[in-house]
Design a protein around this ligand. Structure first.
Ligand code: GDP
Ligand code: IMO
Ligand code: MG
Length: 504
């Protein structure tokens, strides 16, 4: 990695952000860890919750974080990691992660949490898991949707509340009233299954008579959780504004991805916070205008999605979506297909190509272990996402396609559904479009139009300079810049912090 190029680029910056331009899992953790190691004083998570799974690889050792910011390994060098006000805060999840670090010999000293973060409560997890059986979004089951629903319905408790026991009990009792009717009709078998989730403490928060056990929740949240979390609580806005005045370098860590955003994602098949820079800045206690540079990430030259929802360029289309629903594990897929990867790359079967990419890219969920659906890089979707996040692009996982003979990029869609009214006009069957209709019922009927490129068929993970990359990659990079109007600043060629090429 060329540290000199990064230093030069960053010298006049005070606030940076890392967000995803796809459906998540693009390597935000890797980039945040890198910038935390080399540049930032303060790292802030601003959106999402324990639905996130951010992976960091340092010298071959892998760490996965869900709620703790991805700069947390640099706490030992005095860097401050913060959970912002926009984060769906699950105390149990954070305590579990702190415990894992403790066991690994890392006791964090500089970690902070906004007192305004909305609290994930046991019933959010329960309602999420029950609700998804009907909704079929394929959520991570971490209580995210129900928590943010309560937030906008003004039925939320906040982290600050766990330090005020009587107030906590009063609010909880009041807000629970509306939940009891939902939970009263709970099927016993479903209850048994969902209550087994560790954050529901094997059901101790629920008793059969009252369904929800207020006193058990009060005792845990205002007792054990409050004691453990008290040292970390801050007033985020005050902290961040002081940090700006004292010229601290601030790095914002996004979660999920723009195509999952509640405001811009593919309808229904979304998460419940705004994953763009706008949501991130707000959730981190800042204004968007206070961010000097936004690194928007995209996997290249493929992309992935976990859970349900439209994915026009998916390898193997709906067959792959169904296949990935089945709960097949990394181990099962490895055992059955690892020795056939070369064969799959030679043939033109798109479904098998997807299996090969999953194995080569290790595309299995960092939070749920689910097989990630995958497909060619969709430039229509990328251009759409970039308009919400600025024009700087970071391409990750380019090394995964090292062995491919041909690369295809989605450059338009052919709409195959029935005639439909869209944005004031008629969208007709068989019409070719070059925009991203975020409505899932339309996207499910969009077939991609591809442009094909030659592959490079050589290993790139050890390269350090953009000029040393094979010309086949540079041709595609130029095309993406031209198509999107963006500028590719970083190319990641391996999971390790060092396997990063700067093109500033
Ligand atoms: P995040 O949610 O955006 O932080 O991404 P995840 O951690 O869920 O998934 C990204 C995966 O890709 C992780 O396993 C990373 O270690 C890995 N990764 C990141 N960048 C690269 C890269 O350039 N090449 C390869 N091969 N793996 C990468
Ligand atoms: P990171 O930060 C990929 C997806 C879920 C589901 C939808 C809604 O690691 O990129 P939710 O539990 O949020 O209500 O689920 O969003 N999803 C993610 N997919 N990466 C993530 O986070 C995700 N967080 C949520 O799979 O389709
Ligand atoms: Mg992830």
């Amino acid at each position: 990695m060329r540290h000199d190029l990064l230093d030069k680029f960053l010298q006049d910056k005070q606030c940076l952000a890392v967000v995803c331009n796809q459906w998540g899992d693009t390597g935000k953790g890797k980039l945040v860890d890198l910038l935390a190691a080399l540049w930032a004083d303060i790292i802030i998570r601003g959106t999402g919750g324990a639905n996130a799974g951010h992976t960091i690889v340092v010298k071959g050792q892998k760490h996965i974080f869900h709620l703790l910011p991805s700069g947390i390994l640099h706490d030992v060098t005095g860097k401050i990691n913060v959970i912002g006000r926009g984060v769906a805060f699950d105390p149990q999840a954070v305590i579990d992660e702190l415990d894992i670090l403790h066991i690994a010999g890392i006791d964090v000293k500089n970690f902070k949490i906004s007192h305004q973060a909305p609290l994930v409560l046991p019933y959010h997890i329960l309602i999420d898991r029950i609700g998804d059986k009907a909704q079929q979004i394929g959520t991570t089951g971490r209580g995210i949707g129900p928590l943010y629903t309560d937030y906008t319905a003004r039925h939320s408790l906040f982290l600050n509340d766990i330090f005020n026991k009587d107030l906590f009990r009063e609010k909880l009792t009041k807000y629970l009233a509306s939940k009891k009717s939902i939970l009263a009709g709970l099927d016993k078998n479903v209850a048994k299954e969902v209550l087994a989730h560790p954050h529901l403490a094997s059901g101790i928060y629920f008793n059969p008579e009252t369904i929800l056990d207020v006193e058990a929740i009060v005792a845990k949240y205002t007792g054990d959780f409050a004691n453990k979390l008290k040292p970390y609580i801050i007033d985020l806005e005050k902290f961040v504004q002081n940090a700006l005045v004292s010229k601290k370098k601030i790095l914002l860590e996004g979660a999920q991805g723009t195509l999952l955003s509640i405001d811009h994602g593919t309808t229904k098949y979304q998460t419940s916070s705004d994953c763009t820079i706008a949501g991130l800045a707000k959730g981190a206690g800042l204004r968007e205008g206070q961010v000097d540079h936004v690194f928007g990430i995209a996997k290249a030259f493929y992309m992935t999605r976990v859970g349900h929802g439209p994915f026009p360029t998916e390898f193997g289309g709906l067959l792959s979506e169904k296949y990935c629903e089945q709960g097949i594990t990394r181990e099962q897929e490895k055992a059955e297909h690892a020795d056939k990867i070369d064969e799959y790359l030679q043939a033109d079967d798109q479904f098998n190509l997807g299996i090969a990419v999953r194995l080569l890219g290790d595309e299995y969920g960092a939070t749920t272990g689910r097989t990630r659906r995958n497909g060619w890089l969709d430039l229509v979707a990328l251009k759409y996402a970039m308009q919400y996040n600025d024009q700087s692009l970071t391409l990750t996982k380019v090394d995964v396609l090292d062995k491919f003979k041909k690369i295809k990029l989605g450059v338009a869609y052919k709409y195959l559904g029935p005639d439909i009214f869209y944005a004031g006009q008629e969208l007709k069957t068989n019409q070719e479009i070059d925009f991203f209709p975020r409505f899932s019922e339309i996207l499910y009927n969009c077939e991609p139009v591809y442009k094909e490129f030659d592959g490079w068929q050589t290993t790139i993970s050890d390269l350090e300079n953009y000029n040393d990359l094979p010309s086949a990659i540079k041709v595609i990079v130029d095309f993406i810049e031209q198509y999107t109007g963006g500028k590719i600043d970083i190319i990641s060629v391996g999971p390790d912090r060092e396997q990063t090429i700067f093109k500033f």
